[in-house]
Design a protein around this ligand. Structure first.
Ligand code: AMP
Ligand code: ZN
Length: 137
């Protein structure tokens, strides 16, 4: 993955503001932070997105995200945290290397907007949707 910006960060070829590192995982500040302390947690190995990450590494990445979230609350004074994993372009993924956003929240009226605008439940046939998902698990 020669051209992948997060692979370059993982290899130390591009600098980052590192907050956590172990053999498999790296976490650093996002350079376009939505709030103060907005971090990204990545696997050092390249996976295009969540859909391709082996579950042991996913567990390690999520454990690191939890530690960072706890530190943001303890040390930065965040009152809450959003964990966000954009997966594919339609969901807003711009860097095609798996990453978890850990976004501290200080004020519900800050610049992060995640709007859940529910559809009419009658349009959606919930039993059929549940069956379709379950059959591939
Ligand atoms: P996403 O839209 O979920 O793919 O998020 C990618 C994130 O990576 C964005 O929030 C960018 O600000 C961030 N980003 C891109 N390049 C860098 C970089 N060199 N160092 C830190 N964060 C970066
Ligand atoms: Zn990569």
């Amino acid at each position: 993955m020669d051209d992948c910006i997060f692979c370059k960060i993982a290899r130390g070829e591009i600098p980052c503001h590192k907050v956590y590192e172990d053999n498999d995982i790296l976490a650093f500040l996002d350079t376009n932070p939505v709030t103060r302390g907005h971090c990204l947690v990545i696997t050092k190995e390249h996976f295009q997105n969540l859909l391709y990450v082996p579950k042991d590494l996913l567990g390690k990445a999520m454990a690191a995200a939890q530690k960072i979230a706890q530190a943001e609350v303890a040390s930065l004074g965040a009152k809450g945290v959003n964990i966000l994993i954009n997966t594919n372009e339609v969901a807003g993924q711009t860097v095609m290397h798996f990453h978890i956003h850990v976004i501290p929240r200080y004020d519900s009226k800050d610049s992060l907007k995640i709007d859940f605008i529910p559809r009419q439940i009658s349009e959606l046939n919930l039993p059929a949707v549940a069956s379709l998902i379950k059959k591939d698990l």
